[in-house]
Design a protein around this ligand. Structure first.
Ligand code: BES
Ligand code: MN
Ligand code: ZN
Length: 494
């Protein structure tokens, strides 16, 4: 998706589609009145008949049949203009983009951000159109939709405004292309997206962004003592690896933020095999890894003045004669031993070795992202990422970034008492607690590997995949985490 910014009058602008924001009672606003008049009163009539009410996120496409240079007017409902928020605009723009994709329109112009004098509406409107028009269709050889919305021109009042806005639009383009890249990785099928494939992608992202990238293979993992990551990967024909990316955006000796992403390229559950229904969705069990790669790509492209490390443990969780099994005891990189009581609780195992490995970077903060527990979907559904950590300030900053980006977080407690659930009779820990507090017990397990570092764990099991398709989240991978982390990092980069 390409953005351009231009001074221009929407009533005179030649475009396949002009996107405008509309409140619940738009009569009297000059642009709406002018458009309604040019179209013989049709938009006004739609309000009268309640075909369109301007409620947030609603969309109506009207052909102009030559009455205006724009071939179509896209009305986007924003609700009460006094209560407009960036998220309402993001969702409305996403819905508009989906309508334009369905109408096979490949370019559009927008004045949606002009609907109210609220900060962040331009970014939100462009994020909405870029993310809402995304499709993963590279495997369609028939009936593939060739035309997708590809270009959006932001219209503004004058050249001064255009000059001010252009860099903002360029930054949104950069971040959204990282989100789209992340979605591509998550949607890639498990037979393609193996640990080696994702490690190669990591290398390409690093090279394009001028980052260092090291991929630790099995021999190196064994030498280091990453018994947990190795155990999870040992049943697969595709050996586990740890990809390490380092972005240096500032040379002031400041400590890096370390991002850790769960990269299970397919989760069958292993010997504790998952039921067959919907198992295909477990290709997205590397969404944490994809979020880390997307964030690094965006951070480098934006040249954020910050140091960053990305740690991406990659493995495939398979049942096999060589696979790890319930009752096994593994020794983690930290030296702590873990009794395996469920091979389907594999995410925390690959993460615990990566979290321990993070210590060597003397991190300013560690943030991990993982599609870790089905329990998180039970607790929060698909509208919030579960957040846990050991540092109030770090958590608060991430919660704020979540509000700002619409990638909302909800904190769960990590009290010591939850550790009771993870006690083993024969080892230091077991890897799976019982059915209660499943998200928290997983978080508590991870906490045993962060030491005194500031750390937040984000459980994205409910937010990484969209089942139905809504506003700016088409059905499939959401790319969650990229915009959240970029917003957080922009905040600390100053
Ligand atoms: N990858 C799954 C969690 C998951 C479930 C992600 C649904 C996205 C959607 C994870 O590896 C897993 O299997 N967790 C188990 C843990 C249990 C065995 C303690 C779970 O949630 O059932
Ligand atoms: Mn699992
Ligand atoms: Zn998993």
């Amino acid at each position: 998706m390409k953005f351009s910014v231009q001074a221009g009058n929407p009533l005179e602008f030649d475009t396949p589609a002009l996107i405008i924001g509309c409140g619940t009672d738009p009569a009297g606003t000059p642009l709406f009145d002018a458009i309604s008049a040019a179209l013989g009163g049709v938009p006004g009539r739609m309000y009268e008949s309640k075909e369109f009410t301007g409620k947030p996120g609603s969309v109506k496409v009207i052909h102009t049949l030559g009455a205006l240079p724009a071939q179509r007017i896209v009305l986007v409902g924003v609700g009460d203009p006094g209560e407009v928020t960036p998220e309402k605009i993001r969702r409305g723009a996403g819905a508009a983009a989906q309508a334009l994709v369905a109408a096979r329109v490949c370019s559009a112009a927008s004045v949606l951000h002009q609907i109210a004098p609220v900060a962040g509406l331009l970014e939100a409107s462009l994020e909405g159109v870029s993310l809402g028009s995304y499709r993963y269709d590279c495997y369609k050889t028939k009936d593939r939709q060739e035309v997708l919305l590809q270009e959006v021109t932001v219209l503004c009042a004058g050249v001064d405004e255009a000059e001010r806005i252009a860099p903002v639009a360029a930054a949104v383009e950069t971040v959204c292309s990282a989100v789209r890249m992340s979605r591509d990785l998550v949607s890639a099928p498990g037979n393609l997206a193996t640990p080696a494939y994702l490690a190669e992608k990591a290398g390409q992202i690093a090279e394009r962004g001028g980052m260092a990238c090291t991929v630790l293979a099995v021999q190196e993992l064994a030498r280091l003592g990453m018994g947990a990551l190795l155990a999870v990967g040992q049943g697969s024909q595709h050996p586990p690896v740890l990809a390490v990316l380092e972005y240096r955006g500032i040379n002031d000796g400041s400590n890096p933020v370390v991002l850790v992403g769960k990269g299970i390229t397919f989760d069958t559950g292993g010997i504790s095999l998952k039921p067959g229904a919907n198992m295909e969705l477990m290709k997205h069990d590397m969404a944490g890894a994809a979020a880390v790669l997307g964030t690094l790509q965006a951070a480098a492209a934006l040249r954020l003045r910050i140091n960053l490390v990305g740690l991406v443990p990659l493995a495939e969780n398979m049942p096999d004669g060589e696979a790890y099994k319930p009752g096994d005891v593994v020794t983690t990189l930290s030296g702590q031993t873990v009794e395996i009581n469920n091979t389907d609780a594999e995410g925390r195992l690959i993460l615990c070795d990566a979290l321990q490995y993070a210590h060597r970077f003397q991190p300013a903060a560690i943030i991990d992202l993982a599609t870790l527990t089905g329990a998180c979907v039970v607790a929060l559904g698909h509208n919030a990422t579960g957040a846990m950590g050991n540092d109030g300030e770090l958590l608060a900053s991430l919660l704020r970034a979540g509000e700002a980006t619409g990638e909302r977080l909800w904190e769960l407690p990590l009290w010591e008492e939850y550790g009771e659930l993870m006690k083993s009779d024969i080892a230091d820990l077991k890897n799976a607690g019982g059915p209660s507090a499943g998200t928290i017990s997983a978080g508590w397990f991870l906490k045993q590997f962060v030491g005194t570092n500031k750390w937040v764990h984000l459980d994205i099991a409910g937010t990484a995949w969209e089942d139905k398709g809504r506003h700016y989240l088409p059905k499939g991978a959401t790319g969650v985490g990229v915009r959240l982390l970029v917003k957080y990092l922009q905040g600390i980069a100053g």
